[in-house]
Design a binder for this molecule. Sequence first.
Ligand code: GLC
Length: 554
Amino acid sequence: MKKTDLAWWQKTIAYEVYPKSFLDTRGQGTGTIAGITSKLDYLASLGVGALWITPCYKSPMVDNGYDVEDYYQIDPSFGNMVDMDELFARGREKGIRMVMDLVFNHTSEMCPWFVESRSSRDNPKADWYIWRDARPDGSAPTNWRSIFGGSAWEWCEERHQYYLHTFAPQQPDLNWECPEVRKALFDIANYWADKGAGGFRIDAITYIKKPAVFEDGPVDGEDGLSAVHAATANTPGILDFLHEFKAAVRDGRDIFMVGEANGVGPDELGEWVGEHGVFDLLFEFSHSHVPMGEAELWCRPAQWKLTDLKRALTASQVATATNGWYPAFFENHDQPRSTVNYFRCGGPLDAKAKALGTVLLMQRGTPFLYQGEELGYGNAQWTSLDQFDDVQSHGQYDFAISEGLSAKEALAACNRFSRDNARTPMQWDASDNAGFTTGTPWLPVHPDYAQVNVAAEEADPDSVLNWYRTLAALRASRDELVAGSYEELLADSEQVYAYRRQGEDSVAVMLANLSDETATYDASLVEGMGLLAGTHGSTETGTLRPFEAVVFGS
Ligand code: GLC
């Protein structure tokens, strides 16, 4: 396969913006769409051609926009549709297409659809959401625990029924069985595609199909509840809905769709992506479950080794080798910072960030960077629960306490895994609030911003940011780094992650020492090749210093 055989979105680098934390142009403490537009040149310098913007539609912001009130309006805190059109247009000029986030499993409770649906049992939208009667004793229909904690059912006085919410009570689940719901959702996607969106990231998509019979699941915590995820994720029949979605929105357009698919493993990718699948790419989370654990209970983190992480990443590569395409990522707005998450040893964050960045950007697939990842900062340091904004962090804290952990231990679990670690403001320069806002930032700026920021890193040739730029340019310049195959090397090593990218006329080998001790490898793996890039500037073969990453090629 050659680069020329691939679609534009397979050859580019994608970048995720969390608009609330990116750049505030109004001094209000939260980011704006105009802020994103003003940084398009910065994004272009990283080789970005697709910009995923997390939801910026009108929303009460219980879950920072993942609770949508109106999919056809921009939330006033971000600006308005004129600003959005401007972002689309300026992006187009610079070769950056916007990727809209479609939250289609649920809406906000303030969405007019839900307001109508909840008003009675016989209004026109009565079955647009998942309504069920109480059990004879008045309790919730099942023992499911929502992903954000507490029961997944909320009582509605007007209807004398419960509604299902996989996430927060303010995020009622839509009923995809209802054809009018599907049509309304497909219309929204087509509206944004007609505007020129380059693609869609489809939120929480594995939850849209509910089981035919709602039953209690096995209790997995002291709260007496069972994860809603186990009962509803990836239910048979879901792909029929998604094929309909694809036909209504994707077919005939030069766009891509990437699904967020918690609950789909590498072995199922064939049905989900590629020629016979429903999406072009799929975010599956087998590698992020390595440190966090499959149950995603922060107070029960997993014990893991580097080989577990490598095995997960390689399984996803193998699954997409001849079908579909892989979205490579370590960070997003739901994950802790990768410099903390994917290392079991201490050591300088900038060195860790460069090593992991090399692993990410040399992978086969479209790399998805998350804002700030290219600067290499770590998790924030939270000292009390009330500093967390994230709705999930509060739920995880309560669960940890219900499991018998002390307040200190529960806080430590949130510090380690909280989504707010990824949501602190973008660090632009060393001025007040890291240049993010002239007002009061909605989340505290990371304490290291005076050293770790875009301006300082642009000026430092050895910075993480400049290393990312080097890698992005290298990737763009070599056919095998985009189109070549992936073959893992040194699979048993607990220190080094290594793989070969074999193209039709060229080859590259990436080796990254993800440990804090010197590592050795068989130099014949890179025999006859030259150094294309190296974090330590050394051309030596056979040895890697702590956190050293190299790319050889010929
Ligand atoms: C997805 C989003 C997350 C959000 C959830 C509910 O997992 O990435 O941020 O809270 O869906 O919409």
